[in-house]
Design a protein around this ligand. Structure first.
Ligand code: NAG
Ligand code: NAG
Ligand code: NAG
Length: 340
């Protein structure tokens, strides 16, 4: 048992150190470190050109060859700020705390920062405290909300948004000005209504008539008798104040031929046998056509669309004489081209 505990206490930290090492805690060198001179990069002390240089982590410069005993200037005088040492010394890696005087802030809106003595013998935070005007919270809006990014310092933009079902009237943005006021006043969020839903030709509205309808209200339509409903049987009031697409009420089609047989609903019928001579919207009617060279018949289909049923081009209406005296030779009576 004892050796196990010993292993845990003694070896695990060593193993972790070997696996992860100190290097992994140090950020890799960033290309853009403004006002910051990076020293020679290294991974171990032997990489450094002089013996007094050691390989240490130097902030955003990453592992660098530095003089561990080098010092940064002390005392530090910063306008509009109090500076204090975090430790007794001001050597490489040591830290100072910068506190802005009341009424002053750093560019990021903070009042306090830690500054580190860098490998270039300079403190990392250089020009910290300035008169930064901050605006009060912008006015809230009823049925809406604000989109803020970061601190409400000069130049900060706040976006106004309305809750779903509400329309924004007024400015979309407001900006924090130097004199601590906002450039724009808050907009208002007006409730969105839809106007009465549109009339549909040959359709009936199944609803109580109102002058305005709320968002997401649903209204149903019916089509008059013998009209076919094409599309959604309901419309919804959308967040843009408009109705979603409604249906069409499609008319039946008159089969205008008279002296012919057609194939309708899978049956070969005389047109006079079709109820009222009308077929429904989107139904198919197959007409017989004659192949004159082969003297046989074939069919060509046509679809009823909202009251219109066109004949196929190959169809020919028989004359009264052909129909009355030579009905055996009508195209629907002769043999089909497929049988030949
Ligand atoms: C700055 O230091 C002075 C003197 O030590 C002290 O009176 C003052 O409260 C400090 N101000 C801040 C903001 O820390
Ligand atoms: C703040 O500044 C803006 C623009 O410069 C100006 O229109 C506004 O009147 C000023 N407000 C106050 C309270 O001074
Ligand atoms: C008639 O049938 C023949 C042979 O099947 C074919 O080549 C010809 O194109 C057809 N003519 C018409 C008008 O369909």
């Amino acid at each position: 048992m004892a050796w196990k505990i010993c292993f845990i206490i003694v070896f695990i930290p060593i193993i972790l150190h070997c696996v992860f090492g100190d290097h992994d805690l140090c950020p890799s060198r960033k290309k853009t470190s403004i006002g910051y001179t990076c020293q020679k990069a290294c991974t171990k002390d032997q990489d450094c050109p002089k013996k007094k240089l050691k390989c240490f982590c130097d902030g955003d410069c990453g592992m660098s060859c530095v003089t561990p005993r080098s010092s940064c200037p002390w005392p530090v005088i910063h306008e509009n700020a109090n500076i204090s040492l975090k430790q007794e010394t001001w050597n490489f890696g040591d830290q100072i705390i910068v506190r802005c005087h009341p009424g002053f802030k750093m560019a990021n809106g903070q009042e306090m920062a830690q500054s580190r003595c860098q490998g270039d013998k300079k403190w990392s935070v250089t020009a910290p405290c300035d008169v930064v005007s901050t605006c009060d919270e912008p006015p809230t809006i009823e049925n809406g909300y604000l989109v803020k990014n970061g601190h409400l310092i000069k130049g900060a933009l706040v976006q106004f948004k309305c809750s779903p079902g509400y329309r924004l009237e007024g400015p979309v943005y407001t900006e924090c000005l130097e004199n601590k006021t906002w450039s724009n006043s808050a907009p208002s969020c007006k409730k969105i209504f839809c106007p009465p839903p549109p009339e549909i030709k040959e359709g009936i509205l199944v609803a109580v008539k109102k002058t305005e309808y709320e968002v997401s209200e649903v209204i149903y339509y019916m089509c008059k008798r013998n009209f076919f409903m094409d599309g959604s049987h309901s419309v919804t009031c959308m967040t843009n104040g408009q109705w979603s697409d409604g249906p069409y009420c499609r008319e039946r089609c008159k089969v205008t031929v008279q002296r012919s047989q057609v194939i309708y609903r899978g049956q070969k019928v005389w047109v006079t046998e079709i109820d009222e001579g009308l077929v429904h919207h989107s139904e198919n009617v197959a007409f017989f056509c004659r192949n004159k060279t082969q003297a046989c018949s074939y069919t060509a289909s046509s679809q009823c669309f909202d009251g219109v049923l066109k004949h196929p081009e190959c169809y020919e209406e028989p004359t009264w004489v052909q129909y009355t005296f030579f009905s055996k030779n009508l195209v629907s009576k002769i043999s089909s081209c497929q049988e030949i």
